[in-house]
Design a protein around this ligand. Structure first.
Ligand SMILES: Cc1ncc(COP(=O)(O)O)c(C=O)c1O
Length: 420
């Protein structure tokens, strides 16, 4: 297999930065050998000034593209005015953002935090307390096999993949997992005595597996019947990633609780848990809080994101780009023997490979084509381009993948270390 690279490796200065990082930053995350220093739109630049097409969108945090001018301006403005106030006081951007999120989704209230895991912790605490308060002994929480909800102990307990959980047991008790899209399993699990169910509408980290509509509708019916809090983890699927602002709007099924993070504030850390009116009293005064949650800076950035989406045709343009990507991926699947399947929704797509080629392909795309893509497993590539992606950029990415996949038609891959 040809492994020569078209671009030189990192400069001595970039290599030294990587060495310092590896020496002093804990190694719990495997990284690609690149120091990124700047971003604009769908492009990021490394420490040597080399530009890369980003089909990763900052791990799904840059749906509007990197450093969107409206977000940057909002951050500048608020950095000058008020960086933070304690949540013992009121602050304007938090109240306004809560109103905008509720008006854009379903009636209720919002709890703000700083990350996806925290948004889910809030939802899980709410579900448990809801089950407890109803006096039905309803502490159990149903989650989905291979779902991913974050790395804190509660979110990890909901996460249904052993590799993330290994070595961290005992986890929080009371979680049961059902298979995605298995109707029979739902019927058995959603019974009186369950406080909540948490589900991703498209399982991202597992490899981009969409839930089917019938299954989601049945979950809704059973949760309503047994007074179970239905939680949609939209940390990755929201902010236009799957078409509409929130993915549940595509399914036509409204949850009781929705969790948001990643792209909500255009790259500034934020977490939000939107809670339907009937459950708002579950988290009364003193039950839950966060020092930085709802900080003016993050909320101002999120308001800028919502402004851009509400006052432009970006969601429509992203849907057109998603259709184009879908067609080009289908071509790729027919043309390239190593591709077993392509799947996904909107601009959240996966390419399933016949062999363990994902490490080698992400490396070659980066080094030979200046293209950043992610993998979610040894055989699964994930594409998460920004909503502003153009057909030309999609052609570049698919062309690069086609060229590299062609070299694997008859050869075994060179084994390499994981990169994610
Ligand atoms: C669906 C989903 N939920 C939760 C999380 C955790 O978010 P965070 O890393 O911000 O804690 C992620 C992160 O990838 C995610 O994809």
């Amino acid at each position: 297999v040809e492994t020569d690279v078209a671009t030189p490796g990192p400069s001595p200065q970039q290599a030294a930065e990587i060495a310092r990082f590896d020496r002093y930053v804990i190694g719990s995350i495997a990284r690609q050998a690149l120091v990124l220093v700047r971003g604009a739109g769908s492009t990021v630049w490394d420490g040597d000034g080399r530009a890369y097409l980003d089909f990763y969108a900052g791990r799904g945090t840059a749906n509007l593209g990197h450093c969107h001018p409206a977000v940057v301006m909002a951050v500048h403005r608020h950095a000058d005015r008020l960086l933070h106030v304690g949540n013992d006081f009121y602050s304007r951007p938090q109240g306004e953002l809560a109103e905008r999120l509720v008006r854009a989704s379903f009636d209720g209230q919002v709890f703000f935090s700083n990350s996806g895991a925290e948004a889910n912790e809030t939802a899980l605490k709410l579900a448990r307390r809801h089950g407890t308060l109803t006096g039905r002994g309803g502490e159990a929480i149903v989650a989905v096999t291979r779902g991913f909800h974050g790395r804190t102990m509660g979110a990890l307990s909901a996460t249904g993949t052993d590799s993330y959980r290994d070595g961290f047991e005992p986890l929080v008790p009371g979680f049961r997992h059902v298979e995605l899209n298995d109707l029979g399993a739902l019927e058995g699990a959603l019974e009186p005595g369950v406080g909540g169910m948490i589900v991703e509408l498209v399982q991202g980290e597992a490899g981009v597996y969409p839930a089917n509509s019938e299954w989601i509708r049945r979950a809704r019916e059973l949760c309503s019947k047994h007074d179970i809090a239905l939680i949609f983890d939209e940390v990755q699927t929201a902010i236009g990633r799957c078409g509409p602002l929130f993915a549940y709007q595509r399914y036509g099924v409204t949850p009781d609780v929705m969790t948001l993070a990643k792209s909500l504030a255009g790259g500034v850390p934020i977490g939000a848990t939107v809670i339907a009116t009937r459950l708002c009293s579950v988290l009364g005064p003193g039950t839950h809080a966060s020092t930085f949650g709802g900080a003016p800076l993050a909320c101002a950035a999120a308001l800028a994101v919502l402004d851009v989406l509400e006052h432009s045709d970006l969601l429509e343009r992203a849907s057109a780009a998603a259709e184009y990507l879908d067609a080009r991926l289908s071509d790729l699947a027919s043309a390239c023997a190593p591709v077993v399947e392509v799947r996904g929704v909107g601009l959240m797509r996966a390419i399933e490979l016949r062999d363990d080629l994902a490490d080698e392909l992400t490396r070659r795309c980066r080094e030979r084509h200046a293209l950043l893509i992610a993998k979610t497993g040894p055989r699964t590539l994930r594409l998460l381009p920004a909503l502003i992606v153009t057909n030309g950029e999609i052609d570049l990415a698919i062309g690069a993948l086609e060229e590299e996949l062609a070299t694997f038609e008859h050869h075994a891959p060179r084994p390499e270390q994981g990169t994610q």
